[in-house]
Design a protein around this ligand. Structure first.
Ligand code: 5RP
Length: 218
């Protein structure tokens, strides 16, 4: 099965996770796009959604979903998003699409995180995928030096500005054997807005697209 078909299958499976009339959080990326398309086809009615990016907002509005300001919502029933890597404890690397900060905020507001991805994203230890770190532009070189001191090789994502007006350093060469400790350590560097380790906001449910169909893990 080709990767796009797997994304469509997990996108359709994710629609089944949504309680009728719920307010949900929606992530960003090509797998999430498949989910939004499937949601539109399903005719399922939501009370609204909080979006993690301008791109997702446009796509949700195009299918008639009311996109709510996060500040007007107390909590979300669930959050649906993809991942760049996911480990056996459902800790993830996210941010390949550059939306990590808003994704982490919306995930934190949600009672359950449903991760949708294909089987290639499953890893034993996080770190083969370069870790995205969103930085305040004036702190970029300072943060890069701190990341090098921790053993990483940060590369500026050229020509890219986040929805928050910041830059992304993609950090190669890290072995993230203790995701929670790494997430906290990187958060402590002044100038880091968000790092792409989702250990504090690990997934609760994984819908994995495999050649045998969608497998659900909790
Ligand atoms: C965007 C993300 C995405 O969830 C992640 O990059 C996976 O994307 P895709 O579904 O296109 O493989 O974190 O910031």
């Amino acid at each position: 099965m080709d990767p796009n078909t797997l994304k469509q299958l997990v996108g359709e499976a994710a629609v089944q996770e949504i309680p009728d009339g719920a307010v949900i959080g929606v992530g960003t990326g090509s797998t999430v796009n498949c989910f939004i398309d499937a949601l539109g086809r399903s005719g399922k009615k939501l009370a609204g959604a909080v979006s993690s990016s301008e791109a997702t907002t446009a796509r949700l509005e195009a299918i008639g979903v009311s996109v709510l300001d996060a500040n007007t919502v107390e909590s979300l029933a669930l959050y649906i998003d993809g991942a760049d890597e996911i480990d056996p404890n459902f800790c993830m690397i996210k941010g390949g699409g550059g939306a990590l900060t808003r994704e982490k905020i919306v995930a934190a507001m949600s009672e359950r995180f449903v991760c949708i991805c294909d089987a290639t994203k499953r890893v034993t230890v996080l770190g083969r995928f370069p870790l995205p770190v969103e930085v305040i532009p004036m702190a970029r070189e300072y943060v890069a030096r701190q990341l090098r001191a921790l053993g990483g090789d940060p590369k500026l994502r050229a020509g890219f500005t986040t929805d928050n007006g910041n830059q992304i350093l993609d950090v190669h060469g890290l072995t993230i054997d203790d995701p929670l400790a790494w997430e906290r350590r990187l958060n402590d560097i002044p100038g880091v807005v968000t790092n792409g380790i989702f250990a504090m906001q690990a997934a609760h449910v994984l819908l994995l697209g495999t050649p045998n169909g969608v497998e659900r893990f909790v």
